[in-house]
Structures are given as structure tokens and as C-alpha cells.
Design a protein around this ligand. Structure first.
Ligand code: ZN
Length: 698
């Protein structure tokens, strides 16, 4: 990786999010989501599908205890077939495993969010509850380190025999991620030790050595988790195990065929693509299969490309990145165009009303993007983090913090969701909790760690990837630099960055120029306090001059723009720079190969994608038409209790046909004038059930 900048994420110890917009979201996670999830994990939320997550750990712990105390204890054996099981009488669950095979991971995701919250808002009561939960989880661990309640309770002799479908390594991955976060937040090692012991147990059974299973995860995440475990413990065995999982995937003979004793010739081709196991990873160039699995694998690939300086692996990541973002991503950042297999579809197949676009897949894309950024500070990665955050991530959670979307469609007609089984995965309103509750805890851990996505750094450069109010400290050769950023995102593009150094020192702040921004103003780079506008031509790296005024006076930048970042190198002492990225209302079209959006346009302002909702525009949204010459205006509006910026413009409503005939001879289509009102996509479905659409005829 010569000539490439490797930058590192700044952990929460050196960061304090001060941004009013994001503090409110973090506050929602802290005060509502995390306590609510704890109730959910303990099956105490009325009218919501019980999780049985902590129930399972308690049952497994009790089995351990009985085995230790009663020498003649014979553990009942239950079937390990199937993917999920619920109690016959929900009022009185027995001492059995319930839920999905991966139910343990709900605890791990919860503890990870708890850790990020404790980092920023110490709370002895929450920490005590977390410690108690950790005790329950650790009581389930087997003497050899194994820790997956599905097999501990049902039949431990069957463990590691269905890696393809049964998520043991997925549970390991999440446990590691939660344990690392909790250790970093509190310094407590009990859960980290448990995660290490589970990893060691897995390594004793799975790996390249003779006598071991040559398997790898059916649902990826262990790869990136092991990279994290290696970086925290510096134990090379965890790096090697993660690298093995990445490298082994997709090799022939297919491990899943060996595991399931099937004839490869008779297996459908797409069977392997679902798990991204159709080819060795370095030969993969297109995003395929289950979108969450895919995004987690690609994140792990990017980790190991960096950790092992593997150019071929990095090249595969880059190709896959481009394939997703240029051919398979919704304007909202959603990925996974088909609900069949919750998967990527073929290029440009992006249906709006049957979209899957799982919240977790978008979170996975944020993980992938951040890892690519660490290897190569190119704004195309941070642009996607921003797109995901302000659209799918915020939209995945209700404004109340207690309702969630799993699927994120771009067009909804409630009647279709209720009556058309092809769309029954699409919910017109957010749901309280899911039996398969991957998305809500994933949102909680992402939002509560949002500060770690704002910067990366090298010794002499701070990359600013996202704009939000945040305080950060950086150790320089001559002392500490304190950096305070303020921003009006997502409603206005004003950013102010104040740098306060103990001793004057030269270093670089590299500012991301968002992809939606065609010109920006910057003040304070030069000593003159005049505002200078930088016009970007076609988003290319057009700023050539780095010292004095160019012939065109608008360029007064003592820096240079490269790969979407403006590099400002100067001697800093007590300086403030101000930037303004004007948030123009943009009417966006898609590539003509996207059949579902032809003749339609979407509205975007800054990073926020907008939608029409029935609450503002009446029903039959399909009859509405934008006027491309209309003046678009912004307007402050309350959605529930959330103040947002809405957009209004004059448009058209097609007249309904008269006469009741299904088909008739074409005549001129008649329209009536109407006002169209768009609200941020993330705020949809907070005012009851109704139609919604992102793409509108133009
Ligand atoms: Zn999910």
C-alpha cells in the first residue's frame, strides 16, 4: 500500500459529541432505546414479540450449575433442527431455548450500545445492570469456552455442525464486538475474557490445521470482530483466525457442501452467492447475496486488506464498493433490492415498493465505508456514510425511539402491504420490536458511537469526514490540540472549526467536500477575513493553486483539494475556520437503466433525501407530478415533535378518469394545479399509516 494514507479511527475517549441534532438522537438511545431494549431482551414489553434472549442465557447457566452440582445430572436433549422456536404457552416458557438461533447476539448488540453510552455519560446504575447481565451471560459459558445457548441448551454434541445456517460464529462476532466496547468503556475484562475464550474454543475446532473443520461463518461478522479483537489484545492468533475466515470463503470444494453432505452439481448456483461463498473473496467483484452478510464480509475484507497489506484483497473491496454504490444502491443509501433472500439484485434493479433495503445492511455499509476510508481517504466513502446516516439510519427508528423499520421502502401504499403477499415484508408504520430483532439494537450501537465516524487521523493530519458539533483532542509533538467543531447539519451547511494548540504547530486538517455540494465558501484559511467561494467544476479536483490568488479571484485556498478533501496545512495556534456548503434543493434523476424511476425525480437537500407523504399531499400520490420549472421553497415544519425543514413547490395532480372503464382510448391527460410538500425521508411514518413515495413523476 505504497503512497497511500492509512488513517485511524479516533476512539470515544478523545471525543465528545456536542451537536444538538445528534445529541438528541444519542439521548433517545440512552434514555429510551437502551432501557426499552433491556426490557425487550427480558420479555417485558407488552404487545411485543418476546425475545427470550436473557431467558436462554439463564437456562444455559442453570444447566451449567446443575451439571457442576449434580454428578448424575443428565441434560435433556432437544432437536437442533430448525431456525427458530417459540414456546407453546408464551405465558409460561419452559426451560428450553426460544427465539432464533442467533438470539444471543441481541445481548451483545445491547451491551455494545451500553458501552458507548457509558463512555459518554457515566451512569453507575446502568453499569451495574450491565455487569449483572454479563454475569448471567458468562454463567452460560462452557468449561472449554463455548458460549452459544442454542447448542448449550439443545444438544452440545451437535455444535459446529451447521456453520452455514446456525450463526454460532455470528454470535461469536457480536459477542466480541460488545465485549471490546465494554472493555474500552469501563476497563472491565470479564466479558472480553469470555469472548476470547469462546474465540479460542472456536479456533480449537475450526481452522486450516489437520483434524479441524475447514469452515467459515455462514453469517459474516466474526471477520471484522476478530480484527478488532486483534487490535485490542494484540494477540496474533485472533488476526490469523479472522484472516483464515476471509481467505477460506468460497474455495472449492465448498465447505457448505461438505458440511451438509450434498452433491455440489445439484445445488442451485445462487445457493453459494447468498453467503458470498461462490468464489474466493479476491475473485469477487460484484456484491451478491444477503445484503447484511455481504456488507459485513466486505467490512472484514477491508480490515484484513489493511492489517495484512493485501493489495488483491483491497482491489476486490474497491470493485465491490463501486458495484454497490454505482449500480445497486437506492438514493436513500438502502441496499438489498429484493426481499427474496434479503439480497442484492442485479445491477440497476431497484424497485421502490418491494425494496428490502434492510436497516442493518445500511449500517453494514457504514462499517464498510469507514474501513475503506482508513485505507484511502476518498470522499466517496464518507459521502455514503452521510447518506446512510441521514436517511436510512435516522429513518430506521421512529421519532419516539420505540418503533423501528427493518425494511426501508421508497414507496408505500398501505393497502398493498396488507393485501399483496409480495409486499407483506414492507410495513407502512414502524413496528415495536421484532422477533428477529437485528435492526433496533444495531441502530442503537451505531447511533451511540456516531462520534467515531466523524474523523480519522494520521500523525500530522486530521480528516474531517462528517460535520457535526463535536469536541476532539489530538496529541501533537509539542502538546495537545483541542478541536471544536460546530455545524448546522443537516439543516444548513455552516461549519465552524476552532483549533486551540498549547504550542503553535503545523499540521493538516483535511475537510471533506460533500458530493452534493457544487460550490462552497471558506473563511479563515488566509489571514484576510473575506469569504471566498470555491466553485467546483464537475466535482473534479479542480483547485490547482495552493499559494496565491489565481487569475480567477475566487480561488484563495492555501490548500488543495484531492479525492474530495480540501487539505488545509498551516501553522495552528488559536484559529477558527468557517466553511459553508450551501444546501441547495436538488432535483435528482437516476441512471436510465433504473426502470422503476424513469420519468421520475427525487428531491434532496444537503444530505437529506425527501419524500411525499399522504399526510401532507392526500392519497393517490401516484397521480402527482412535479413541475421542473417550479420554485422550490423551504418551510419549517413539525413532524410529531420533531422540527424539520419541509420543501414546497407548485406541481400537478392528474385528474382521475371518469366513466369507470378500465381501458379506453387515450386523450390528453388533464392535470390540476396543486402544492406538493416534501418532508425528510427519515421522518416518514410518524403520523399514522399513509402513502409515501420518494420518486415522483416529472
Ligand atoms: Zn436488521
Amino acid at each position: 500500500m505504497e503512497n497511500k494514507i492509512i488513517s485511524n479511527v479516533i476512539d470515544l475517549n478523545r471525543i465528545q459529541v456536542t451537536d444538538p441534532f445528534w445529541k438528541k438522537e444519542i439521548g433517545l438511545v440512552r434514555d429510551t432505546v437502551v432501557p426499552y431494549q433491556w426490557e425487550a431482551l427480558n420479555d417485558r414489553v407488552p404487545d411485543a414479540q418476546p425475545s427470550y434472549c436473557m431467558h436462554n442465557f439463564k437456562v444455559a447457566g442453570a444447566i451449567n450449575q446443575k451439571r457442576a452440582q449434580e454428578t448424575d445430572y443428565v441434560q435433556p436433549v432437544h432437536t437442533t433442527n430448525g431456525f427458530c422456536v417459540w414456546p407453546e404457552n408464551p405465558e409460561a416458557p419452559e426451560e428450553k431455548f426460544y427465539g432464533f438461533v442467533f438470539q444471543d447476539s441481541d445481548f451483545a448488540k445491547w451491551i455494545e450500545a451500553v458501552a458507548y453510552i457509558l463512555h459518554q455519560y457515566p451512569n453507575p446504575e446502568l453499569e451495574a445492570a450491565a455487569d449483572e447481565a454479563i454475569d448471567i451471560v458468562c454463567s452460560a459459558q462452557q468449561p472449554d469456552g463455548y458460549l452459544d445457548t442454542f447448542y448449550i441448551i439443545n444438544d452440545i454434541s451437535k455444535r459446529f455442525m451447521n456453520l452455514r445456517d446456525h450463526h454460532e460464529l455470528y454470535c461469536l462476532g457480536h459477542l466480541i464486538e460488545g465485549a471490546v466496547a465494554y472493555y474500552q468503556a469501563t476497563g472491565k475484562k470479564k466479558l472480553l475474557d469470555a469472548a476470547c475464550r469462546f474465540a479460542d474454543c472456536v479456533a480449537a475446532h475450526i481452522g486450516p490445521e489437520d483434524g479441524k473443520l475447514r469452515g467459515y461463518p455462514g453469517h459474516e461478522i466474526a471477520e471484522m470482530a476478530l480484527a478488532k479483537l486483534y487490535e485490542v489484545t494484540e494477540e496474533e492468533k485472533y488476526r490469523d483466525m479472522g484472516a483464515y475466515f476471509v481467505n477460506e470463503r468460497g474455495k472449492k470444494p465448498y465447505y457448505y457442501d461438505i458440511e451438509h453432505a450434498v452433491n455440489a452439481d445439484k445445488e442451485p448456483k445462487l445457493r453459494y452467492q447468498y453467503h458470498q461463498a461462490h468464489l474466493p473473496v479476491r475473485e469477487q467483484s460484484e456484491a451478491v447475496g444477503h445484503a447484511v452478510r455481504a456488507a459485513y464480509l466486505y467490512s472484514g475484507m477491508a480490515d484484513f486488506a489493511r492489517l495484512t497489506s493485501d493489495e488483491a484483497l483491497k482491489a476486490a473491496c474497491e470493485q465491490i464498493w463501486d458495484d454497490i454504490t454505482q449500480k445497486k444502491m437506492y438514493i436513500t443509501g438502502g441496499v438489498g433490492g429484493t426481499h427474496i433472500g434479503e439480497a442484492f439484485s442485479f445491477a440497476y434493479d431497484l424497485p421502490n415498493d418491494t425494496a428490502y433495503a434492510e436497516t442493518c445492511a445500511s449500517i453494514g455499509m457504514i462499517f464498510f465505508a469507514q474501513r475503506m476510508l482508513k485505507m484511502n481517504p476518498d470522499s466517496k466513502y464518507a459521502d455514503i456514510i452521510e447518506r446512510e446516516l441521514y436517511n436510512i439510519v435516522l429513518g430506521g427508528m421512529g421519532l419516539d425511539g420505540t418503533s423501528f423499520f427493518y425494511v426501508n421502502p421508497l414507496e408505500v401504499v398501505p393497502e398493498a402491504c396488507h393485501k399483496d403477499s409480495r409486499k407483506e415484508h414492507v410495513k407502512p408504520v414502524r413496528q415495536k420490536w421484532f422477533g428477529c430483532a437485528c435492526c433496533p439494537p444495531n441502530l442503537a450501537r451505531l447511533i451511540s458511537s456516531i462520534g467515531t465516524y466523524v474523523f480519522t487521523e494520521t500523525d500530522d493530519t486530521i480528516f474531517v469526514h462528517l460535520y457535526m458539533g463535536i469536541h476532539m483532542e489530538k496529541q501533537l509533538q509539542s502538546g495537545t490540540a483541542k478541536i471544536d467543531m460546530q455545524s448546522g447539519f443537516p439543516w444548513n451547511g455552516k461549519v465552524s472549526i476552532h483549533v486551540e494548540c498549547e504550542t503553535e504547530e503545523t499540521f493538516t486538517i483535511a475537510l471533506r467536500i460533500p458530493d452534493w455540494c457544487s460550490e462552497y465558501k471558506i473563511i479563515g484559511i488566509d489571514t484576510a477575513d473575506t469569504a471566498d467561494t470555491v466553485i467546483r467544476s464537475g466535482y473534479s479536483n479542480n483547485i490547482e493553486c495552493d499559494t496565491e490568488l489565481c487569475s480567477e479571484k475566487r480561488y484563495v485556498i492555501r490548500g488543495a483539494e484531492k479525492d474530495g478533501y480540501l487539505y488545509v496545512t498551516k501553522s495552528w495556534k488559536s484559529d477558527t475556520i468557517q466553511i459553508e456548503f450551501p444546501m441547495e434543493i436538488q432535483v435528482v434523476e437516476s441512471d436510465s437503466r433504473v426502470r422503476e424511476t424513469i420519468g421520475k425525480a427525487a428531491i434532496q437537500r444537503g444530505p437529506v433525501v425527501y419524500c411525499l407523504e399522504e399526510a401532507d399531499n392526500g392519497n393517490d400520490l401516484h397521480l402527482l407530478k412535479m413541475d421542473e420549472n417550479a420554485r422550490f421553497e423551504t418551510e419549517e415544519k413539525l413532524i410529531a415533535t420533531e422540527p424539520v425543514i419541509a420543501i414546497k413547490a407548485q406541481g400537478w395532480r392528474q385528474r382521475k378518469t371518469q366513466g369507470g372503464k378500465l381501458y379506453f382510448a387515450h386523450t390528453r391527460t388533464e392535470y390540476d394545479r396543486t402544492t406538493l410538500t416534501w418532508i425528510p425521508y427519515f421522518a416518514w411514518a410518524n403520523r399514522g399509516e399513509g402513502e409515501m413515495q420518494v420518486w415522483t413523476r416529472i
